[in-house]
Design a protein around this ligand. Sequence first.
Ligand code: ATP
Ligand code: MG
Length: 563
Amino acid sequence: MSEPVDFIREIVRDDLRTGRFTCVHTRFPPEPNAYLHIGHAQAILLSYGIAQEFGGKFNLRFDDTNPEKESVEYVEAIKRDVRWLGADWEDREFYASDYFEQLYLWAEDLIRKGKAYVCDLSPEELSRQRGQPIRDGDRLITPPGVESPYRNRSVEENLNLFRRMRAGEFPAGSRTLRAKIDMAHPNLNMRDPVLYRIIHVPHHRTGTKWCIYPSYDWAHGQSDSIEGITHSICTLEFENHRPLYDWLLEQLGIHHPRQIEFARLNLTYTVLSKRFLLRLVQEGRVRGWDDPRMPTIAGIRRRGYTPEAIADFVRRIGVSKSESVREIELLEHCVRDDLNKRASRRMAVLEPLKLVITDYPEGKVEEFDAVNNPEDPSYGTRRVPFSRELWIEREDFMEDPPPAFFRLAPGREVRLRYAYLVRCTDVVKDSSGSVVEVHCTYDPSTRGGDAPDGRKVKATLHWVSAAHAIEGEVRLYDRLFTVPNPLDAEEGEDWIKHVNPNSLSVLRGCQLEPSLAGAQPGERFQFERKGYFCVDPDTRPGHPVFNRTVTLRDPWAKVQGRA
Ligand code: ATP
Ligand code: MG
């Protein structure tokens, strides 16, 4: 498949051609205040991919400027996820907090140049004076803001106050350092933005060394510059921060990367925002950040997705300048496609019903060769034991079947995969009238599953020998939300009410073929006819736990047709 040409690559190519940059250096700059989600995966693979493609470098930089929300747990989780995706930052792991001293010195420079001042307005006053867009007919206009009464402090006074801010002389929130730009600028970000705030909270890396912390705008561009980044790729919400990004770098006269924005990823039936995911975790709506229903990279990994499937998804959606919502069916299509090629097939009965072959000798055991992966002969075959009593899927039998049901029913013959054709002769019921056993006879001449006389059966069932089966737990997942766009809530409505209360079903007492004993967390299989499954880390000796990654049925073509 050829790589889609996108506008970002065009810009990079142009910059190399015109000599604006002589090499390519990108970065991924997460704030360690949550786990990463599939949207971040797109950002990571995009920046990493461009570095790779142009023979450049890729940095992982923690944008750790807000100690109130950040933690080492998040740093570690992010590193695990980026590594798993395959974006190798080698030894280029950086922290904005490593630059606090340099950022501070540059702030003093700005003050000396008369381009920054200490402001005593409260956050509320400051935001009020900055102004906000108002509706004028069908247009949004932004009337000029109001200049701060502290705007014309002398350089000496500003330096003195700023140093005392750093020394911890003032309470949290009492003062800020602001760039002195233009309070009438049509772009609100240019109206004397805040560069430093006072926060008396210890930082996970710098401890209590600092009590003033740089804002995103102050830390970000300057960190990019320090690292020699050439192309600083971010999402569209930073587009109107770009003039400020450029202005600050120009004032300082330092290496000036180019910021490029692309539209963030949105996905149906889930939410891709750290804030919302944090709420799902905190309110216990899911079992944690790595719950297999979560769109987090940790959740998706636990669910059984491969990094290759995610890369394929990211490649297929491409990058664009306009925001849209992608279908979750495409993501599922990608993992199905990948697992079809690489998952070993197994037989597992999720909701067991006993099948007894009444004319098969008691105590006899045969072994049949089963193909591990019809897509790839190198996976070989395995031996599957067969005996008189088997487990089949409860839904594969109906006592009184409707016309469209072709599986097992009284009098009907079906194939047991790899084994024999069997015909249902009888059922055993419990006192409440439900079927607890299906009795069949078998045709010994159909060994391997085909009749010598060429007669056909309409169904092939998977099965597990009861005497050899191992028991396990299987977790089936449904959509996390009941509606495609949970955040499109009606006015005053809380999106949380769209959480699907039935997104998890736990099946215990599933009967698995014996070759699944000893399967290790993270191993992936196709359970024939049931979907792709991945061994969960909750697995204990003698108690395997599987997550269903996806079912086998692929609705993607239909979803595309609908669009
Ligand atoms: P917050 O919601 O707290 O602003 P964030 O999701 O933007 O968080 P960051 O840690 O700032 O989190 O994100 C790191 C990078 O990932 C940013 O460059 C951001 O543009 C990018 N990113 C975030 N969300 C998405 C998304 N849905 N699709 C693509 N890229 C994203
Ligand atoms: Mg952000």
